[in-house]
Design a protein around this ligand. Structure first.
Ligand code: NAD
Length: 335
């Protein structure tokens, strides 16, 4: 089986590339990634010399390039490539529409033209919008995205659905809650807080810190996608989540406790525009239908992740010294 993984130099994509290359030595894995600010080949260093792995630098909106890869005979596509950061979508929505929607359409067209056996769209629970204090997102919850990021992901999901309904393309859409784990880019909540705490810098927490996210270790996300790839019923959406709802402030305090750093490092900053209050996933369908079960509790996964950041300082120090530094100063007004 030849599997094209797009966005495989980013956080989740690289974890999935590493997982697939090692688990399926008989599969050919192609990683197509444009290497934007979020893409980093260090993330896939552990498999770069494996005979069943190949990296191609390129943009998913480049129809010619994408078609040339499909013409080699791709059996399955897993599309992770995306602009993924909500804050960046608030200041610059255009690139989100281009990559997340137009890029998806290019991949769908190629998948249709070359008759792939499976197309998986990696989506997000954020397409469902926000929840009150109770309730869960199920696969039938209406889409109600609130940020330009989630709107672009919802737009892509609707195209994927339409290519199944119209052309019978064998698709699945997965909608996962917030991931954490190794190779997570420092702009996201958990790595940002770990790194700032390690550097004894203020930990910027949005609003009152009571926004709730439902956390899943990235390895558990990978095992769920693996099941969908091999056993998912065509045309179905699968929600993925581990029932680990935590307020942001709980997560930040847990990190400080583990690192033995004072809570006085926490600074509340102006809330994100349109900040969704609560996400929570009902993953009954994938558990029952495909037999998926997460491996990590949040506490175990968080400790393992913090240990990874402690052991891989040079990975994040390289990122901090580059273009990201300017972004951070713009976003939080501090050095
Ligand atoms: P990321 O930002 O870490 O990685 C995205 C990758 O896509 C990068 O390697 C980047 O170089 C690449 N890319 C961007 N534009 C591209 C283009 N035009 N052509 C080719 N490659 C391009 O993102 P992530 O957190 O790993 O998320 C991966 C996917 O999972 C996204 O689709 C995201 O919507 C989804 N998702 C993320 C989470 C989460 O918690 N991070 C949760 C649910 C779903």
């Amino acid at each position: 089986m030849k599997v094209l993984i797009t966005g495989g130099a980013g956080f989740i994509g690289s974890n999935f590339v590493n997982y697939m290359v090692k688990k399926y030595p008989n599969y050919q894995i192609i990683n197509l990634d444009a290497l934007t600010y979020a893409g980093n080949l260090e993330n896939v260093k552990e498999v770069e010399n494996e005979p069943n792995y190949r990296f191609v630098k390129g943009d998913i909106t480049n129809r010619e390039l994408v078609e040339s890869l499909f013409a080699e005979g791709v059996d399955a596509v897993v599309n992770f490539a995306a602009e993924s950061h909500v804050d960046r979508s608030i200041t610059d929505p255009g690139v989100f529409v281009r990559t997340n929607i137009q890029g998806t359409q290019v991949l769908l067209d190629a998948a249709k033209k070359y008759g792939v056996k499976k197309y998986i769209q990696i989506s997000t629970d954020e397409v469902y919008g926000t929840l009150g204090e109770t309730g869960y997102f199920t696969e039938t919850t209406p889409l109600a995205p609130n940020s330009p990021y989630s709107a672009s992901k919802a737009g892509a999901d609707l195209l994927v659905r339409a290519y199944h309904e119209t052309y019978e393309l064998p698709v699945n859409i997965t909608r996962c809650s917030n991931n954490y784990g190794p190779y997570h880019f420092p702009e996201k909540l958990i790595p940002l807080m770990i790194i700032n705490a390690l550097n004894d810098q203020p930990l910027p927490v949005y609003g009152d810190g009571l926004n709730v996210r439902d956390w899943l270790h990235v390895e558990d996300h990978c095992s769920a996608i693996d099941l969908v790839l091999h056993k998912g019923r065509n045309g179905e959406v699968y929600n993925i989540g581990g029932n680990n709802e935590r307020t942001n402030i709980e997560v930040v305090k847990a990190i400080l406790r583990y690192l033995n750093k004072p809570e006085s490092l926490i600074t509340f900053v102006e809330d994100r525009l349109g900040h969704d209050r609560r996400y929570a996933i009902d993953a009954t369908k994938i558990r029952k239908e495909l037999g998926w079960k997460p491996k990590y509790t949040f506490e175990e996964g968080l400790k393992k992740t913090i240990d990874w950041y402690l052991e891989n300082r040079s990975w994040w120090e390289n990122i901090l010294s580059g273009e990201y530094k300017e972004y951070y100063e713009r976003q939080y007004g501090q050095k």
